[in-house]
Design a protein around this ligand. Structure first.
Ligand SMILES: [Fe+2]
Length: 346
């Protein structure tokens, strides 16, 4: 079988507000709209996925928390209602999704081989978390492409951020190996918000855009600083800065989705395409695309059936080509949005 490829990775944040603002038939609450800039950004994601024609969408969600190990959706067909526990007034979504169990099994197996505690989730009545559902709906509302869902192990919370990221690096490597071996054409979704400090009270009308703005100038500047780096392709710098960003901005990247995605893509030092940015109840949300087919690192859809083995070169690195980002070097160990933050050496 010809080798599989990761053809693109997206930062695909999951504020349920974006689904609420769209009013799809699957979601019960009705809105007057809102957060259009981000929803228009997702229109571009949808167009890209249509062009990329992937066999599978893989999503790593901070809201499928698994205390012990890294879990993978492992049931061929899952249906149910996903409710955001923080915003049940905005998100009560009836889903119906197909899982690529074969690929999930492979990724789970390779994660174990790399020393990660890993498990296939085989409960047919499992309720899929709202982070997974929101990112998938916003990226592909037709639900006609099989998915692989990965949990967010709590390792960055009970270990240091850097140790947690090191686990996510391994999880990404296992994911990459599984995709290559499976022969699949895969798109990755990093389901995460950037700065994650948010307002404590919701406006009476949640979609009242007169109330929406960055949480603070400091959070806004941090988001812009990282976005500029990503737009310029200074990805290794982004990884070096991540622990500090997590510490200061409570960035949801702490849960590992960003590190997982870049490890799976083999850390391409490439400019990302910013599709849009917006604040949601004060948090900073960027929708980004790294289309590897545009950089000669993956096969365009039009050539997929005629692809040659070993035709795709390894990504270029700005420095230290064989090195994983040096997460252990940072002074910080942010505890992230759930449980506050602390310096490592207090
Ligand atoms: Fe979240």
């Amino acid at each position: 079988m010809a080798k599989g490829e990761i053809v693109a990775g997206f930062i695909a944040p999951h504020p349920p507000h974006l689904v609420y603002g769209e009013n799809p038939k699957q979601n019960e609450p009705r809105s007057q709209g809102g957060w259009e800039q981000l929803r228009w950004a997702y229109e571009k994601v949808r167009e890209s996925i249509e062009e990329l024609k992937p066999d599978v969408l893989l999503v790593h969600s901070p809201h499928w928390n698994t205390q012990l190990g890294h879990h993978f959706l492992g049931v061929p067909h899952l249906t149910g209602k996903s409710v955001d526990p923080i915003f049940p007034n905005l998100f009560r979504y009836t889903y119906d999704l197909t899982v690529d169990v074969e690929l999930a099994e492979l990724a789970c197996k390779y994660a174990r081989e790399l020393g990660l505690v890993s498990k296939l989730m085989t409960n047919p009545r499992f309720r899929v978390d709202y982070g997974t559902i929101t990112s998938l709906h916003l990226a592909r509302p037709q639900w006609d492409i099989p998915v692989v869902g990965l949990s967010a192990n709590n390792s960055p919370y009970y270990l240091t951020t850097e140790e947690g990221f090191a686990e996510m690096d391994l999880l990404g490597k296992a994911t990459r190996r599984a995709i290559i071996e499976s022969g699949r054409r895969a798109v990755l979704l990093c389901s995460a918000t950037m700065s994650h400090r948010h307002f404590q009270e919701e406006p009476a009308l949640p979609e009242d855009m007169a109330q929406e703005h960055p949480y603070s100038m400091e959070m806004y500047k941090w988001d812009m600083r990282l976005i500029e780096m990503m737009r310029a392709g200074r990805i290794s710098e982004v990884h070096k800065l991540l622990p500090e960003f997590v510490e200061i901005a409570f960035a949801e990247f702490k849960a590992g989705s960003f590190t997982w995605m870049f490890a799976a893509m083999d850390y391409p030092e490439l400019p990302g395409e910013l599709l849009g940015f917006g604040n949601v109840i004060g948090t900073g949300n960027a929708v980004f695309k790294w289309d590897l087919t545009k950089h000669g690192l993956a096969t365009p859809a039009s050539q997929w059936s005629n692809r040659q083995p070993h035709a795709i070169p390894s990504p270029a690195f700005a420095s230290s080509p064989s090195a994983t980002p040096a997460y252990g070097a940072s002074l910080y160990s942010g505890q992230g949005p759930s449980i506050g933050a602390r310096p490592v050496r207090s």
